[in-house]
Design a protein around this ligand. Structure first.
Ligand code: UTP
Length: 297
């Protein structure tokens, strides 16, 4: 029996430079797909997978993110008075129980490996999940839940993975595959952002992980990697060199790279089209625009 995964780390201390100037004062994770901040999707996914403890690794200028999870008694009272029960319900979904959420500061953006290792004292001796909120995954069964179920079979360390076009591998951590077994891939190596033409496969690491505390020790021990940052990929790959198991999990679902402008816009369109209250109107608008585009050609 593998141990249950009840803790998740949300590293949100990056600079978010690709969304400047907005991210000068707005944390990237608060930016909204239609009307829900990216972080809400990540929290909902974690809750659905049975996560009980939510650990945020934050940095300067992220106070709006911390405020987002506070209860809003005045707003709730106003909505109650106006009998807006549907809005009250939406608001309640954003509340976190006191004690369920912890904030740790990463004082310098030294890389994802460093950010995750900042939370090591809160993790103790248990396996834990890591969720990057800028990877939003639309799936019938939430991605982390798929992974936790698979992890009960495999143990070891597990990363979410998906195929990307060969020319995109240079933007990702990439898996060196030993064996495929359906959705589970045994990994014999991992490379962070391989230079074009050197990627060992086109299976890219996506922002969901199930890790053991040993990976946090690795992150502390090994030095800087690609881009002069402490890379989480290197800390996980170190497990393989120590003879321990690492797996990729080819999740079912559609992933949007909301850390990039193009991915964020694609997610906005997809989530708007999927909304019962907006989808039809928005689809008509897009069809109209498409018609205009074709006429102009
Ligand atoms: P990104 O590579 O997307 O970096 O980080 P970023 O700073 O958020 O954005 P850009 O590239 O400047 O636009 C991936 C995830 O790792 C976290 C980020 O907050 C994001 O969730 N991260 C990255 C940290 O928490 N600390 C770091 O030092 C680096």
């Amino acid at each position: 029996m593998k141990r249950k995964v009840t803790k998740a780390i949300f590293p949100v201390a990056g600079l978010g430079t690709r969304f400047l100037p907005a991210t000068k004062s707005i944390p990237k994770e608060i930016m909204t797909l239609v009307d829900r901040p990216l972080i809400q999707y990540a929290i909902d996914e974690a809750r659905a997978a049975g996560i009980k403890d939510f650990i945020f690794v934050t940095s300067r200028g992220k106070s709006a993110l911390e405020d987002y999870f506070d209860h809003a008694p005045d707003l709730e009272a106003a909505l109650r008075k106006a009998d807006k029960t549907d809005l009250l319900e939406i608001l309640r979904d954003t509340n976190m129980d006191s004690g369920a959420i912890a904030y740790i500061r990463q004082h310098k953006a030294l890389g994802l490996g460093h950010a995750v290792s900042c939370a090591r004292k809160l993790i103790g001796d248990e396996p834990f999940a890591v969720i990057l909120p800028d990877d939003v995954i639309a799936a019938e069964k939430p991605c982390l839940q798929q992974m936790i179920e698979a992890y009960q079979e495999t143990g070891g360390a597990m990363v979410a993975t998906m195929e990307v076009a060969p020319e995109q591998t240079a933007s990702y951590g990439v898996l060196d595959v030993a064996r495929w077994d359906g959705r589970i891939v045994s990994v014999k190596g991992m490379v962070e952002k391989p230079t074009l033409g050197t990627a060992p496969s086109n299976l890219a690491v996506i922002g969901r992980y199930i890790l053991t505390p040993r990976v946090l020790q690795n992150a502390n021990q090994i030095g800087k990697g690609t881009g002069g940052e402490f890379q989480l990929t290197d800390a996980i790959a170190h497990e393989i060199t120590q003879g321990r198991d690492v797996f990729g999990y080819r999740f079912e679902g559609q992933r949007f790279d909301c850390g990039s402008k193009a991915g964020f816009l694609q997610a906005t369109v997809a989530f708007a089209l999927a909304r019962e209250d907006l989808g039809d109107e928005f689809a008509r608008y897009l069809a109209q625009m498409h018609g205009h585009g074709q006429a102009a050609q």
